[in-house]
Design a protein around this ligand. Structure first.
Ligand SMILES: Nc1ncnc2c1ncn2[C@@H]1O[C@H](COP(=O)(O)OP(=O)(O)O)[C@@H](O)[C@H]1O
Ligand SMILES: [Mg+2]
Length: 257
């Protein structure tokens, strides 16, 4: 069974002008997939993540997790579901400034009242893996952007969520830090079979994924699967982006690292 089923998802924002941000969008995600969502600015990518994370509700259509419909949960069950099953990574890291790196990372377990021994074991494991051990006592304003995003990744993974949602996670990072973060996400995906849904406008970032889903005007536009070589996958991503319109940027002559 797919871990996530999006069925004819439609979201209409009512206001002075009515905006159809998602229109009959359907796709499925298998457990362990690392998926990029691409599309021009305003095409509904963030809206889609907000619907998947149940921050907001669909106008029509359905989102099903592991065969279960979170829309049917009451608000307390929903809060529990989100805390247990989802991990979030944002462009601006969203770390709490008054907490240390360590406190930020274990926050999902603290909120879930997990035993200290469990917290320490997972904290140790992730901080080794993400090379955060030496900065655990620092606060977010004392660390680099790359370190902040690695901290956010640790926080998103510490409770072993079913699904990680990332909205432009490399949007504020330089190319070295971006590569590090993407390689780490790829490693988490490979080693732990973590399912990741990542919105990105960067074809290089997308080339780390198993599949890229393109949306346009809130509708499914195309999807492509990776092949043996990242360079050719990258070129195929560029080809679809050029069909999609919007800004593609000057990526066309890049050799991937
Ligand atoms: N809360 C909202 N109220 C009204 N319109 C919104 C709201 N959120 C997003 N939109 C509109 O929906 C469309 C899709 O937005 P969004 O999902 O943020 O796109 P993307 O993340 O792909 O740039 C845009 O036209 C945007 O202006
Ligand atoms: Mg967005």
């Amino acid at each position: 069974m797919p871990i996530l089923q999006i069925q004819e998802a439609t979201k209409v924002y009512e206001g002075k002008v009515t905006k159809r941000a998602l229109n009959q969008l359907s796709f499925e995600v298998e457990k362990g997939e690392f998926i990029a969502i691409m599309g021009p600015s305003g095409s509904g990518k963030t809206t889609l993540l907000n619907m998947v994370s149940m921050i907001d509700t669909l106008t029509s259509g359905e989102i099903i997790f592991n065969g279960m419909k979170p829309q049917k949960l009451n608000s307390e069950e929903l809060a529990f579901f989100r805390r247990r099953q989802l991990g979030f990574i944002f462009q601006d890291f969203n770390l709490l400034p008054t907490l240390t790196v360590e406190e930020n990372i274990i926050l999902p377990l603290t909120l879930d009242e997990q035993p200290i021994a469990v917290m320490e074991e997972r904290l140790h494991h992730l901080s080794e893996l993400l090379e955060l051990t030496s900065i655990l006592v620092k606060r977010p304003n004392e660390i680099s952007g790359g370190q902040a995003q690695r901290t956010a990744i640790a926080r998103a993974l510490i409770h072993k969520p079913m699904l990680v949602l990332a909205d432009e996670p490399t949007g504020n990072l330089d190319s070295n830090a971006s590569r590090e973060v993407l390689e780490l996400l790829g490693k988490m995906n490979q080693d732990n079979n973590t399912t990741i849904l990542m919105v990105t406008h960067d074809p290089i970032a997308a080339s780390y994924c198993d599949r890229v889903i393109f949306i346009k005007d809130g509708e499914f536009f195309n999807e492509i699967y990776k092949d043996d070589r990242r360079q050719t996958f990258f070129q195929r991503i560029l080809n679809v982006l050029s069909l999609l319109g919007g800004h593609v940027g000057d990526f066309s002559s890049i050799r991937l690292p």
